[in-house]
Design a protein around this ligand. Structure first.
Ligand SMILES: [Zn+2]
Length: 294
């Protein structure tokens, strides 16, 4: 519990949800008082199914709008032999691994070094589930999962939900984790300018993201490819530039990303269509591209 909720704001709440004859009930405990969560889980486990919200809540409720805005946990529910095997071969290893009490099924949790927006968490969860052949639906930010120390009553008799592995110190950089996962089948709309066909014709799309981000934002990108995001308050650099212009840039704090055009339109407050786009393109060409030799 302490590992899962390490980065939670002091006032955040942990939701404990449990089954009673008439449906589901909820209890909330402050993250500052995790002993309360443990006691509640242990007390209920001997009689019913118990779940906890993976992402802390900022108020009593289990909908997405009730959650804290940033979190640092990524998870996957491996509910088949194939996904359990795929997970065992996946690196980096998770910080927390739980046996869900149903066959060899596993819940795995990775802890990110820095907290990121919930959109980013959900995208990473989805790609992780796809990579491992696990349940893609379990990646929504409001998800509840069975905590270690509870019991799975699905079969009518209790099966222990147990902690299989725990490494309290293990955390992973979000960009590194991102790099281990396949892309989603549909690229975000913001990357529509990046199609290879267009890139061949458009010299702006061949410029290194490091170069245009530095030039347009007037800030140096670190050797690790990170820079403070110009689109919000960003204490730790969350915006990553990729080597490959096709991958462009992505901010793990605000989930914005895309091509040189996406960066410029956000920065300069322009439209991506019609006359305004052509104008932007002329400006960017003047700023970023030296004149072609005659
Ligand atoms: Zn950002």
């Amino acid at each position: 519990m302490a590992v899962l909720y390490r980065s939670a704001p002091a006032g955040a709440l942990v939701e404990v949800r449990f089954a009673v004859a008439s449906g589901m009930r909820r209890r909330f405990h402050r993250v500052a008082e995790l002993e309360g969560v443990v006691d509640t889980v242990a007390g209920l486990a001997c009689g019913t199914d118990v779940f906890v919200g993976v992402v802390p809540r900022r108020r009593c409720g289990g909908r997405r709008g009730d959650l804290v805005e940033h979190a640092s946990v990524v998870w996957v529910d491996c509910d088949s032999e194939e996904s359990v095997a795929a997970h065992a071969a996946f690196r980096p290893r998770p910080a927390v691994l739980v046996g869900s009490g149903s066959g060899r099924n596993r819940h795995a949790y990775w802890i990110l070094r820095d907290a990121v927006g919930l959109d980013v968490i959900e995208e990473l969860n989805r790609r992780l589930a796809m990579a491992l052949g696990a349940d893609v639906r379990c990646g929504d930010a409001a998800r509840i999962l069975r905590p270690a120390g509870s019991a799975n009553w699905k079969s009518g008799r209790p099966a222990a939900v147990c902690l299989i592995a725990l490494d309290e110190e293990r955390s992973v950089d979000v960009a590194e984790f991102d790099g281990r996962l396949p892309a989603l089948p549909a690229e975000p709309a913001a990357r529509r300018h990046c199609s290879p066909r267009v890139a061949g014709e458009d010299r702006l799309l061949a410029i290194s993201p490091r170069v245009y981000v530095e030039r347009l934002a007037g800030a140096a990108v670190g050797r690790d490819g990170k820079v403070r995001c110009p689109f919000h308050e960003d204490r730790m650099p969350s915006l990553h530039v990729y080597e490959d212009p096709q991958r462009g840039w992505f901010c793990f704090g605000c989930s914005r990303g895309g091509s040189v055009y996406d960066f410029a339109t956000l920065l300069l407050g322009r439209d991506t269509r019609g006359e305004e786009f052509l104008e932007l393109r002329r400006e960017l060409t003047a700023i970023l591209l030296p004149p072609l030799p005659a």
